[in-house]
Design a protein around this ligand. Structure first.
Ligand code: DX5
Ligand code: ZN
Length: 215
């Protein structure tokens, strides 16, 4: 069963609580929070205090996607707050195995995020230690960019290996997801689809979310 993670990056930040309530009522499975530091990506969003406030009112699981150069400084705190999913970028962290354990010891589902140009093979050594992998289908930093189709092959390779070594591993796809590519992503092996502008750019969140689920 596919899960739809709504990226709040494209929500109206002035009316954030209302947006969260509306997206939950529209059937989103997960709230996806994009944390950008202006270094790892050329954009800034919000940090720990806002994550905590969102977690306190969320009625569905919260998924924190760290697009930052020093993810290690966030992990303990996110674990303490019982954040449901946390991913950091393979390109930003030299001690992947250690940081995964920091999250998992606190009961957080731990994931690695991969930029479009990073081969999926780079995470094979830790595949048994991962709860999920976030495959970027745009270059991280902004909502509303065009989907990069090379990710289908990456999903296929990862799914095949995960089925042998870690069948519970979830594959999350993030960036440019819409009702045109969703079916192929699901059929290729995606378990979680992140959608920002496709959902929040419409007046009818429910219709958009349903159109992503319908193969
Ligand atoms: C981009 C973020 C995404 C983004 C997706 O760096 O990681 O989560 O919000 O937005 P859309 O769905 O508009 O591509
Ligand atoms: Zn994201």
């Amino acid at each position: 069963m596919i899960k739809i993670a709504s990226s709040l990056l494209s929500a109206n930040f002035v009316r954030l609580e209302e947006e969260i309530n509306n997206i939950q009522q529209a059937g989103a499975d997960i709230l996806h929070l994009d944390i950008m530091d202006g270094h790892f990506v050329p954009n800034l969003t919000f940090g720990l205090p806002v994550i905590k406030q969102i977690k306190d009112i969320a009625q569905i699981p919260v998924d924190v996607h760290l697009m930052v150069t020093n993810p290690d400084v966030y992990l303990e705190t996110l674990g303490k707050w019982n954040i449901d999913y946390v991913s950091f970028h393979q390109e930003a962290e030299s001690h992947i195995h250690r940081q995964l354990k920091v999250l998992q010891e606190k009961g957080v589902k731990a994931g690695i995020a991969l930029n479009p140009a990073t081969p999926v093979e780079t995470i094979f050594p830790v595949i048994a230690d991962l709860d999920f992998v976030l495959i970027m289908s745009v270059n991280p930093g902004f909502g509303g960019q065009s989907f990069i189709p090379l990710v289908y092959k990456k999903i296929e390779i990862l799914r095949k290996l995960a089925d042998q070594i870690n069948p519970d591993l979830e594959i999350e796809v993030d960036g440019g997801v819409n009702n045109i590519n969703a079916a192929k992503l699901i059929n290729t092996g995606a378990d979680i689809l992140v959608a920002g502008s496709f959902v929040f750019g419409s007046d009818d969140y429910k219709k958009q979310i349903q159109s992503l689920r319908n193969k």
